[in-house]
Write a new protein. Structure first.
Length: 252
């Protein structure tokens, strides 16, 4: 699942030095160093040092949140998405990513109420195949233990259920998709749009946020239409248009 990652990338760029060396960098001890270390992995990929980049990403996966829990919400855009990009370039990265995904899926099926496992399974969704497999696992767990996902259900899970119009999961865990759209999409994209002020290419960043808002709004409206609830689809569209007009009329 390609969910919104713009804010995290902007935050990362604020902390990262432009002249760091990708190699021989000491292990991080705080959040800015973790962000710099992540950027080092990106530089290693650009230099073709795929195995070194993979080792760095795996180290971050295992250790980053222990050093700074503020890194938790950054793991998806700054570690797993970068790892997924590396999969296309490195057989070792592909094998490691597949192993990681499989292990986390097994852990989730055994302990669906472990929220960190729940989040990681969702964060590892970087392709339609992964999305559909994870959605199948969510459905299986729900069918076997109705309500067992309640503790960990979040905006990413809702987005996945919305994207594939899984009414069983939505009716149980996200019965009010208008509220979900406002809380999980409107709030997030508003924060991301404001964060674009710090981006090197502000206009490009803002355009990405607007595109994401429109694309996601269409998905939520599709759920409403599938329920034959035209007023709900209209309200979702109205919230989308209101925010777009607000951005359009805001001073530069």
């Amino acid at each position: 699942m390609k969910f919104l990652v713009v804010t995290a990338m902007v935050i990362s760029s604020v902390f990262i030095s432009t002249n760091i060396s990708a190699s021989d960098q000491p292990k991080p001890q705080n959040l800015p160093q973790l962000l710099e270390y992540t950027n080092g992995a990106k530089l290693l990929i650009e230099q073709g040092a795929f195995d070194d980049a993979l080792a760095r990403l795996q180290w971050l996966d295992e250790n980053a949140t222990r050093i700074s829990y503020d890194f938790y919400d950054l793991k998806r855009p700054l570690v797993y998405s970068l790892w997924w990009d590396l999969v296309a370039l490195s057989a070792s990265a592909d094998i490691a990513y597949t192993r990681k995904s499989g292990n986390m899926a097994k852990q989730f099926m055994l302990s669906p109420q472990q929220c960190e496992t729940f989040d990681t399974v969702l964060w590892l969704n970087q392709s339609q195949e992964h999305e559909q497999r994870t959605l199948g696992n969510l459905t299986t767990v729900h069918n076997n233990y109705n309500g067992s996902l309640e503790r960990c259900w979040n905006g990413d899970a809702e987005y996945l259920a919305v994207k594939y119009i899984n009414h069983a999961l939505l009716e149980r865990y996200s019965p009010d998709i208008l509220s979900g759209f406002i809380q999980n999409i409107i709030v997030r994209v508003t924060n991301a749009y404001e964060a674009c002020n710090m981006a090197d290419e502000q206009q490009v960043c803002e355009e990405q946020v607007r595109d994401h808002l429109v694309e996601t709004s269409i998905l939520y409206q599709a759920v409403a239409m599938d329920r034959d609830d035209l007023p709900l689809a209209g309200r979702i569209g109205g919230e989308t248009l209101k925010l777009l007009l607000q951005w359009q009329n805001s001073p530069l």
